[in-house]
Design a protein around this ligand. Structure first.
Ligand code: ADP
Ligand code: MG
Length: 778
């Protein structure tokens, strides 16, 4: 069944040529016990390895069942080894990290035998070699003779046609050696057994054919056979190892060296740890910066007021002058503030332009109007005038005019319009509703309290309540409070003199059909993490309500009268132009806001907002330009630069860590490859393909990668606590380092992918290792 024809194999090492096989021609029977006898270095192992397909011959041919092997590919040799050949080595080559039965099952694992069948066959083979009781032991619990029995069982388990034994008793005492020989002799009853030995006594005692070998040549053959074709059909089923088997094999290997695995995964996780820490820090810093930016922009919105400072004008005027002149004059000049003061004439065009701003750039937009609202409320059966104000009113005079005087310019707050269109988006994003519901109508009001639930006592008492300082008021006493909003025409009465006074018959005014009913709909409080809690304490209402009041007031008799008169139609005082404009505005004559406040989302979008506002002025004449005031400008530049610098440093750190991590993994895998050389040889002898070997090491690095990833993330998470304590002590910033769970998952994946990548090259090296050489390495 097996024939060798003029086989030659030569090794050239450093100029010395060794003819390990020198024109060997031999034929073997389907069943016989052949002993190859020869001195050390005569080429016996080489012959066996060539026959077993572990090593390739240089020239000649090996005929298996009449088939030449000249054109065999790797995969054919793998299948041949796995299905037809059983190897037994002098040094047993049992894989130390697998228990006895798993060692025996290994060859079948490669040929894809089912688990149950594998187990049954392995048990059978172990029973045969007398080790049934030891099958769950670890290799290091067995004696040399028992290990060699395991090796024989492993060779037998897959029921090979040929059993190749290389000095099987060489490492055993003579007593045990004889037992092994008897076992092999028994097997030779049913298989072709080729045994290499340099012990002539053993050979003559057990074998039925002795081939003497010297310097790679056959000296003598006691029982030659000249059939070169063979008869039985060899089973050449392809082999292959599943990823699961590879994983299992590697997992068992790793489990035998837990301590070392822990240290190596820790070492390689350092990269992951540093990236995770860097990420959690930058994560936290980013959040901190975002919050600061949002808060800054909440505190210092871009403001378009009636007057702005023209900063470009300053530079120009200074540029025209000579510094440190040697003249004997002083120059009378306006102070800078006055010189550069720019009057903004807010027009509908500009308001529309601002309204058209890209909603994604801004968090909120707020308009201030100076129009006053005429309001009455019935308290304890008595109607009285009320105002939205946090200032203490002079209740003694009861003069509504005095309210105006105090209220001018300060105004009650209106909540900003939400750029996204949802009317309550701003409120629900930044405020918790403590009672009631967010406004559903323009006439719905909200009462804003601070984080202690404080509300300015004036805000309540100006609505007609009479609370003491420190008094606790039930939400129920506030929610639903109704206030009558009265139009100018209903509120003011024209006197025969042409002057106007508030109608003294307040109860009649209160009952006017045209009155609108305002209602306190909700008590709201800034959220703990709100960045845009910009509303004043006290009563707030929608911009739409103001618009309605203004629309209604513009046509009122008092406004018309005031427009036509240079005297105040209420007090009769002479008004200059400015005072007249103010009076008109407060009566609701002016539809233009007195100021617009724009709250950008963050500093980056703020730049875009400013660009947008600048674009408006491009083709405008000087007096038509609308200039804004950007109070937060200096802060923008500062944090922007800091942010960039920090980012670069962090990115550099992360990069270095990544590279270190990869190199680390490569080294670790390479070490593992060196260490498991024997195992690679055994796997190959059992028919493992290159691919399978790669898989074994890839799966080892996969396990290492997952382990180091998990470890890295866990350690980094644990580190955030001391880091936060340190940062808090140094800077007062709380909870800066925050590990984002998404980052943790990504890092775990990165660790795994990088580890497998870093380990893949050594794994490929392992697969390419010469099996024959690997097994010789003792
Ligand atoms: P034996 O098993 O009879 O002791 P071997 O088959 O191991 O002999 O070796 C035969 C000869 O081939 C020896 O001279 C040995 O040094 C040489 N040899 C074996 N393998 C190699 C190798 N990989 N590289 C160089 N020389 C080798
Ligand atoms: Mg040898």
């Amino acid at each position: 069944m097996l024939a060798l024809k003029n086989l030659k194999k030569t090794y050239v090492v450093g100029g010395t040529t060794t003819h390990a096989l020198n024109d060997v021609s031999l034929s073997f029977r389907k069943q016989e016990f052949v002993a190859i006898l020869g001195p050390s270095g005569s080429g016996k192992t080489t012959l066996l390895n060539v026959i077993g397909g572990l090593d390739q011959y240089d020239s000649g041919d090996m005929i298996i069942n009449g088939q030449s092997t000249k054109n065999f590919k790797d995969i054919d040799w793998d299948a041949y080894r796995n299905n037809s050949i059983g190897f037994v080595f002098q040094s047993y080559n049992i894989i130390g990290h697998l228990d006895v039965i798993s060692n025996v099952e290994l060859g079948m694992t490669l040929s894809g035998v089912s688990k149950a069948e594998k187990h049954a066959k392995a048990e059978e083979a172990l029973t045969r070699v007398g080790l049934k009781d030891h099958m769950n032991k670890q290799p290091n619990q067995l004696s040399g003779g028992q290990l060699q029995r395991v090796a024989i069982a492993r060779a037998l388990a897959n029921d090979p046609d040929v059993l190749l034994c290389d000095e099987p008793t060489g490492a055993l005492d003579s007593e045990t050696g004889l037992q092994i020989m008897e076992l092999i002799q028994e097997l030779a009853q049913e298989k072709l057994v080729i045994m290499v030995t340099h012990d002539a006594d053993l050979a003559y005692q057990y074998a039925n054919r002795i081939i003497k070998f010297k310097d790679g040549e056959v000296l003598d053959d006691s029982n030659p056979y000249d059939n070169t074709d063979g008869d039985a059909k060899l089973d050449m089923k392809r082999t292959g190892m599943s990823y699961l088997t590879a994983l299992n094999l590697s997992f068992k290997n790793i489990m035998t060296k837990k301590g070392r695995t822990f240290i190596t995964s820790f070492a390689s996780s350092i990269g992951i740890i540093s990236i995770a820490v860097v990420l959690s820090l930058s994560n936290g810093f980013q959040k901190q910066i975002d919050a600061t930016q949002a808060e800054t922009s909440a505190q210092y919105p871009i403001t378009v007021a009636s007057v702005a400072n023209n900063s470009t004008a300053i530079t120009i005027s200074n540029e025209e002058q000579t510094a440190y002149p040697s003249t004997d004059t002083v120059i009378a000049s306006e102070d800078e503030a006055t010189a550069n003061q720019h009057e903004n004439n807010l027009t509908q065009e500009y308001v529309d332009y601002v309204q058209d701003i890209d909603p994604s750039l801004i968090a909120a937009l707020n308009y201030t109007y100076a129009a006053q609202m005429n309001m009455l409320r019935e308290v304890d059966g008595e109607v009285q005038s009320v105002v939205f104000s946090n200032y203490e009113q002079d209740s003694a005079t009861g003069d509504i005019q005095s309210f105006y005087a105090t209220e001018m310019g300060t105004g009650a707050s209106t909540f900003p319009e939400s750029p996204e269109g949802d009317d309550n988006a701003f409120l629900s994003e930044n405020y918790d509703v403590l009672a009631g519901d967010l406004p559903s109508e323009t006439t719905d009001l909200v009462l804003v309290v601070d984080k202690f639930n404080n509300v300015n006592i004036n805000a309540l008492n100006n609505l007609g309540f009479s609370y003491e300082d420190g008094e606790a008021i039930n939400f129920d006493d506030i929610i639903g409070t109704e206030i009558s909003l009265v139009s100018n025409d209903a509120y003011y009465q024209e006197l025969p003199t042409g002057n106007f006074v508030p109608n003294q018959d307040i109860a009649v005014v209160y009952d006017n059909d045209s009155n609108q009913t305002l209602r306190i709909a909700a008590v709201i409080r800034p959220k703990e993490d709100a960045t845009m809690a910009i509303l004043n304490q006290g009563i707030n209402y929608s911009n739409a309500l103001t618009q309605e009041v203004i629309a209604d007031s513009q046509d009122s008799a008092i406004v018309q009268a005031q427009k036509d008169s240079d005297l105040s139609v209420i007090t009769g005082q002479t008004l200059d132009e400015e005072a007249k404009a103010t009076a008109l505005t407060s009566l609701g004559a002016d539809a233009m806001p007195t100021s617009i406040m724009i709250y950008p989302k963050d500093f980056e979008t703020k730049d875009q907002v400013l660009d947008y506002l600048d674009a408006y002025n491009e083709d405008k004449a000087e007096e038509d330009k609308i200039l804004y005031t950007d109070l937060a400008s200096t802060m923008t530049e500062l944090t922007g630069g800091l942010m960039d610098a920090t980012t670069y440093v962090l990115v550099a750190f992360a990069g270095i860590s990544l590279v270190t991590s990869m190199i680390m993994i490569g080294i670790i895998t390479y070490t593992s490859v060196l260490e498991r050389t024997k195992e690679i040889g055994v796997l190959k002898a059992l028919g493992a393909r290159k691919k399978d070997i790669t898989r074994v090491f890839d799966s080892e690095t996969l396990i290492l990668g997952v382990l180091s990833g998990l470890l890295g993330v866990a350690v980094a998470y644990a580190l955030t606590f001391p880091i936060n304590t340190i940062i808090e002590n140094l800077t007062d910033l709380k909870n800066v380092a925050q590990l984002d769970p998404r980052h943790a998952v990504i890092l775990l994946i990165i660790s795994t992918v990088l580890t497998v990548l870093g380990g893949h090259i050594p794994a490929r090296m392992a697969a390419k290792k010469d099996a024959a050489e690997a097994l010789r390495a003792d």
